[in-house]
Design a protein around this ligand. Structure first.
Ligand SMILES: Nc1ncnc2c1ncn2[C@@H]1O[C@H](COP(=O)(O)OP(=O)(O)OP(=O)(O)O)[C@@H](O)[C@H]1O
Length: 232
């Protein structure tokens, strides 16, 4: 589902200063896998995610996502790539002036889904995340955990093949985080590939899934049924 071959990404900092965000990274993620990406701040986790969505381009190497070679992907095909990917962010990124229902429906509207399909699918996915009774609420009327459930519903409503989660539990307390992880686990079991960047040691240790550890842009560990494993 995801392949990186010898991927390097550098950023210029000033005239002759360069930072290597990812250095010669090669990695395969199979369909239906659940992968944690861990590592200290600045180790390259966000850069890795942004390369997968084509938000950033590598300097060297090859990236394949959902059967597409991003190096040769025409710009008009980028929206199609992004439809294969759902995103969950640390800060939820919900639309404040829309209800829970409208927030989730919006993700279908922007890709031109018909009203009938939206009205069938949105209640289904709100039930999946346990928020069917909150459809008419606005984000500010919800707890942090409930808001994150809405953003998971929004990410999943179009059945993406890949779910990218950037610190999804970063703003949540431990027991709320467990609820979000159960939800991501359930979505993963429907066949979606989940890649989650995190600093949440407790979550990684309790889930025992594949762990890829980055350090200064280099993959220093790739472990199945792994643990958080570093002190940072
Ligand atoms: N747009 C950019 N311009 C310049 N340098 C950048 C840019 N994006 C990232 N970097 C640098 O690349 C390196 C990797 O950053 P990245 O954001 O991928 O790390 P991270 O592991 O996601 O960190 P965190 O856990 O703090 O989110 C860092 O040294 C960072 O300063």
């Amino acid at each position: 589902m995801i392949t990186l071959r010898n991927v390097t990404k550098t950023f210029k900092r000033g005239a002759d200063d360069e930072v290597v965000a990812l250095a010669d990274v090669s990695l395969e993620v199979a369909k239906g896998e659940f992968v944690f990406v861990v590592g200290p701040s600045g180790s390259g986790k966000s850069t890795f995610m942004k390369l997968l969505t084509h938000e950033q381009r590598p300097d060297e190497g090859e990236i394949w996502v959902a059967g597409k070679n991003l190096g040769t992907l025409r710009s008009w095909k980028v929206p199609m790539l992004r439809r294969e990917i759902g995103y969950v962010f640390q800060d939820f990124k919900l639309l404040a002036n829309k209800t829970v229902y409208e927030n989730v429906a919006f993700a279908m509207e922007v890709i031109g889904k018909h009203r009938r399909e939206i009205d069938r699918r949105v209640p289904e996915v709100l039930e999946l995340v346990g928020l069917d009774s909150k459809a008419k609420a606005q984000p500010h009327e919800l707890s942090g955990g409930q808001q994150q459930r809405v953003s998971v519903a929004r990410a999943f409503v179009n059945h993406p093949r890949i779910l990218l989660c950037d610190e999804p539990t970063g703003n949540l307390d431990p027991s709320t985080s467990v609820g979000i992880m159960k939800l991501l686990d359930r979505i993963n079991r429907t066949g979606a590939t989940v890649v989650m960047a995190t600093h949440d040691q407790h979550i990684v240790d309790s889930m025992r899934r594949r762990v890829v550890e980055l350090e200064n842009g280099v993959v220093v560990r790739d472990q199945s049924r792994g643990v958080y494993g570093y002190a940072g």
